[in-house]
Design a protein around this ligand. Structure first.
Ligand SMILES: Nc1ncnc2c1ncn2[C@@H]1O[C@H](COP(=O)(O)OP(=O)(O)OP(=O)(O)O)[C@@H](O)[C@H]1O
Ligand SMILES: [Mg+2]
Length: 258
């Protein structure tokens, strides 16, 4: 049974698109058919994160406005056969697509992909609310700081009001040494604060930025963020993968498992 997942955040720039692209790649590397949809209309960037910026011709808006068939706008990834991308339009806003159109498009995508990952725009405005009815479940991405956590809380409250299923949490850009020193919230503390289950955390990793600047993906190299995404993908698929505990410095034998 196919599933659609919205990847959302309250605050912008916390790593939704990075997570969507990397999780999609990790699932495809496991031979699972996955379609990533960039719903951040006007601010499209998922195509770049997936290394597909030169292939985009049609987009989500074209499909919604029936300018082209869904099949024509959905691009197969050049490396991972199981992965595809439905890009966002460069112009317009997510509010230009109706809830019904979004539901119709996602329903069609689910016929071909086991997982449809919807990269949401930041915030709690109407555009995001249009996405909720098209999503079976949601992942909230946050960084471990008060501002992002408070914005995530607002989003979760809004989802509660809309009777959406309780989302799962990914804490991004964690710096383990700072957590150990007590200068950064641990992922588990963030999950407890937001009162939602923790799917995993991703360390702050320079390879993520370096790969982007080299027009590649960190999922093609061995690095801590890649390991973390793989563990998240395994938990996403229902496997039991233990979560790292952040021991105080004197217990530095504890194994990092992200
Ligand atoms: N784990 C990480 N380590 C280092 N850099 C990261 C990490 N995750 C994301 N970044 C960087 O943070 C920036 C923002 O990431 P991204 O575009 O995925 O955020 P977003 O939530 O989708 O933003 P927006 O709200 O604008 O859509 C990018 O430059 C990305 O490379
Ligand atoms: Mg984004």
């Amino acid at each position: 049974m196919s599933q659609s997942w919205m990847i959302a955040s309250g605050k912008g720039g916390v790593g939704k698109s990075t997570v969507t692209a990397a999780l999609g790649i990790s699932l495809a590397q496991r031979s699972i058919q996955c379609c990533c949809v960039d719903t951040d209309i006007g601010l499209r960037n998922l195509d770049m994160l997936m290394g597909m910026q030169n292939s985009v011709v049609y987009d989500l808006m074209d499909v919604a406005q029936k300018n082209c068939k869904l099949k024509l706008a959905t691009l197969a990834h050049p490396t991972y056969m199981q992965l595809s991308l439905l890009p966002a339009a460069q112009l317009g806003s997510v509010t230009d697509i109706s809830t019904d159109d979004m539901k119709r498009i996602v329903r069609k995508l689910k016929k071909h992909a086991a997982y449809v990952l919807l990269d949401a725009p930041a915030g709690v405005e109407r555009g995001l609310q249009n996405l909720l009815p098209a999503s079976d479940q949601a992942i909230i991405v946050t960084t471990p700081d008060d501002v992002a956590i408070r914005d995530a809380e607002r989003l979760i409250n809004l989802m509660d009001q809309k009777k959406a299923p309780r989302p799962m949490l990914i804490v991004n850009r964690v710096i383990p040494e700072m957590v150990t020193r007590g200068d950064m919230y641990s992922p588990q503390i963030v999950a407890n604060t937001l009162d939602i289950p923790l799917l995993g955390y991703i360390p702050d990793d320079r390879t993520v930025i370096a790969s982007l600047n080299n027009h590649s993906t960190f999922m093609d190299v061995k690095c801590p963020a890649h390991d973390a995404i793989d563990r998240i993908a395994q938990r996403f698929l229902g496997e039991f993968i233990p979560m790292s505990t952040f021991a105080k410095k004197r217990f530095f034998f504890s194994r990092k498992t992200y």
